[in-house]
Structure formats: structure tokens, C-alpha cells
Design a protein around this ligand. Sequence first.
Ligand SMILES: *Cc1c(COP(=O)(O)O)cnc(C)c1O
Length: 413
Amino acid sequence: MGRGYGHAQGHGRGVNDREKEKTVGDATRLVQAGRRKEWTQGIVNPPVWRASTILYDSIAEMRERNRDTHHKLYYGRRGTPTQWSLADALTEMEPGAEGTLLYPSGVAAVTTALLAVLRPGDELLMVDSAYEPTRAFCNGLLKTFGITTVYYDPLIGTGISDLITDQTRAIFMESPGSLTFEVQDVPAICAVAKARGVVTLLDNTWATPLLFPAIEKGVDLSILACTKYIVGHSDAMLGSVTANAAWWPKLRHITHALGQHVGPDDAYLASRGLRTLDVRLARHQESALAIAEWLRTRDEVARVLHPAFADCPGNDIFQRDFRGASGLFAFILKGGDDAARTALIDGLDLFGIGFSWGGYESLVIPADPEKLRSAVKWEAEGPLVRLQIGLEDADDLIADLAAGLDRFRAARG
Ligand SMILES: *Cc1c(COP(=O)(O)O)cnc(C)c1O
């Protein structure tokens, strides 16, 4: 253990000093990240520090602390070593990143990042395949703030250039889309944006920095719903935004202004989840691919929407940019209606019916993307079913789905 601590102690460094990280692999980094000795006191996991008031020895000390609160106990809202450790670990997972801020949910991370970059009168380019609450925020609150959202085809690539006007402030991406799984050409879009002075944001929840290092690929603000794979056990809500050096001060300012804060218990759960991210993702990927391959052989299935498959839109980009796949994908049934889809889903034993994903258990949800599109019409051969493949034995999940497809066939007639 002494060796481990020695390394962790080496992490006691400034936010800009990240040279050492390049020398170790992702799994090693996940184990070491954020465990500064001054925060852990030698305990393996950064302890849960609960705080609102911080007591000072003198007025002079209070004023001094107020000068720069980063990684200093100042007031509970600015966090304690429990939150700093998690934020630091997430920064370490993103080569080229300057810092990370935490939020009480993935949606809070998305909305705060957007508020950090947008002003009244601005235009926002939003991917048409975006997560539904992201869309709702743009069409709702942002609209009332005088911000116009223009939706674009996820496969637009460098064509995004034609949509940029003098008012365009930001481009928001989500790749792959978490219902329909189109893969975006993030590096190409970021290159265009940079040349035109436009800021880029990516919802990187599906891949995490492990499978897609967003900042390195050119993104300014990389967003995670940590609720999913980082927490990994369906027992806490949490979001994060990791920024490059250019956007870090602005993001931090707006985040503090909005009073965003995460409780230390949830931060602790996310830190604990983070340590096993590499092994969990590997199993999610392996089982999801096996099940997706099997679904392709079934008559009742028209199409499987998995970024690793050649017929998934953007697969060439996926092959070029991603280090692997996670465990979330969808399939389109051949014909049938909502009732036939319901017959499939309702009788499943091992797949829970529920929102969210990224935990150890398999989940299933029906989705109707046609209601969530405005730039490109969504057309499919039948209803869509989205699967989160958990850590169960893939053969058991296949047997469960096989019985479900039998029920679907009977109900479809
Ligand atoms: C779940 C999800 C979010 C929101 O996360 P919450 O923690 O549930 O608020 C954002 N983006 C994507 C792609 C998601 O799947």
C-alpha cells in the first residue's frame, strides 16, 4: 500500500500541472485520480466531509481565504475535499482539461454550461438528436431569455459552417445520440467552431472521457451525467462539466453565481463508482455487443442502432475517434405498434423498466424519436426499444429478450 500512497501523494499539484498523467494508463489513473494525501489523510477513499459553516481563527484569515477559494475550505457551498477530490479526478481523466465543476444532476450540468456561454440575442446550434430535457430547456427557459435555438442534423459535420451566423455563440453536441445513436464528427465541428469564434459543448455521457477524450478532440466544455456510468450503481444523481483553460474561469463564476452544489455523500458515491469504471465499461461493451449481434439475427428486428455497427450513421467516425462502446443501444422492431412493443417489454424478467442507465442492472425503455425531431424527420420500420445492458450474464439477457420477441410476434399478428 505504501507505494500506492506514494503515488497518490504525488498528485498534490496545481490544476495546470498534468505532465505526469500521460505516463500511466486509464485504469491506473482511475485508481489514483483525486486521491491527494492532504485530502485523504492516508485513508484509501477520500472521506465524507459534511459542512456548511467553516470557522476562521480571525477576520484576517477570513479575508485572506476569500481571495481565492479554489481547493480551500471557505464555505460549504464551495465544497470540501470530498467534492474537490471527485472533481479533480474527473479533470485528470480529460487530457487538456483545466478543471471540473459538479452539479446535482446531469440536467443541472447541461443547463449551467449553457447559461455560462449564452447571452440574450445569441443563437445556439443544438443537435437534433439531443437528450429530451436539453431540448426542453432550449425551447423553454432559453427562449424566454431571448436566446434562439437552431437544430441541426447530427450528421452535418463541417456543413455546420453554413449555419453559423454573426449571432451564433455556441454549438452543442451529443455523440452518439442517446436514443438513436448517430455519431457526430466532433473534431470537424470543433475545428469549424474554433475558426469562427464559436464555443463548443458536448454531452459525453454515453462514452465518458475513457472512450472519448472530449477536450483533447477540441471540445471547450465536456458534460457528463455522472448519474449514469460514473456513479454506476443507480443510487445517486450527479452531473459534471469539465472545461478547458479558456472557459474554466467563466464556468466557475456562473456555477458559483447560481449556487450549484453537490452533497458530499453523493460525491463520495461517485468517487467510489469511478474506480471501477474501466472494468464495468469493458463488460457493458462486451455484453451489449453480443446482444446487439444476436438481435441482428432475429426476424422481428428491422435494425439495430449500435455505433459499432457499419450501418449505424457515423460508424466511420466512431471507428476513428472512439476507444470502444458502452452498454446503451437501441433496436427497431419490424412493424408492430405500441401495444406489440409493450407486450415485448412488460413481460421481461431481467430488464427493469425505468429511466436513466449506466448502473449494474439491465434496463429497457420504449422511445418515440419522431416526436423529438425538427431538423431531420425520423423514419423507422416500426417502434424503437432502447436497452441498457447491465453486468448480468449476456446469455440470460438474450433468453429474456428471445421470449420478449416471441411475445411481440404473437401480438403483432
Ligand atoms: C440522463 C442524461 C442526462 C441527464 O442526467 P440526470 O442526472 O438524469 O439529470 C443528460 N444527458 C444524457 C445523454 C443523459 O442520458
